[in-house]
Design a protein around this ligand. Structure first.
Ligand SMILES: [Zn+2]
Length: 159
């Protein structure tokens, strides 16, 4: 594999690669890109192993309480309430009885800041209610990445 990498590998500096270096995205052999030498490929693989070992030193653990990490950059009253809810160690659900544009704003902020909050709209009142429920999305993503990295780390090198 190293010899082939040295001749034809193409790299793109975005995304991740399970094969070479976390942070680099191997676009596939033979595609247009930056060719690297076998020595550089060897160094990338060595660096990749170092990074993977560091990244997999400890298995991610789920949040111990209701606190979720999110920095919300909007100062409106609803976002302040959302921020207080996200940082609250006890509250797992919060209800916003708001008009459509207000609910849409909150949903956009939740997505933008990856608040680990799921939303659903409960109709039957006017305005409707946006029910926000904390989830484990960030933890699950970290755990999936950890497991994938462990798999790669223990996978025998292919030639
Ligand atoms: Zn806001």
């Amino acid at each position: 594999m190293l010899a082939k990498l040295g001749e034809t590998a193409a790299f793109c500096a975005q995304g991740r690669s399970d094969l070479v270096l976390p942070g680099l995205w191997v676009r596939g052999l033979g595609e247009i890109g930056v060719p690297i030498s076998a020595q550089a490929a060897e160094q990338l693989l060595d660096l990749s192993r170092v990074i993977l070992k560091a990244d997999t030193r400890t298995e991610p653990v789920p949040p111990r309480d209701g606190v979720r990490e999110a920095t919300i950059d909007c100062d409106c009253a609803d976002c302040k309430a959302l921020g207080a809810f996200v940082r609250d160690p006890v509250a797992l659900q919060h209800r916003f009885r708001r008009w459509l544009h207000q609910r849409a704003h909150l949903e956009q902020i939740i997505i933008k800041h990856r608040c680990d909050v799921s939303t659903r709209t409960v109709k039957g009142t006017s305005p409707h209610i946006l029910v926000c429920t904390k989830n484990y999305a960030s933890f699950q993503a970290r755990l999936a990445r950890y497991r994938a990295d462990i798999k790669v780390l223990h996978k025998p090198a292919r030639m």
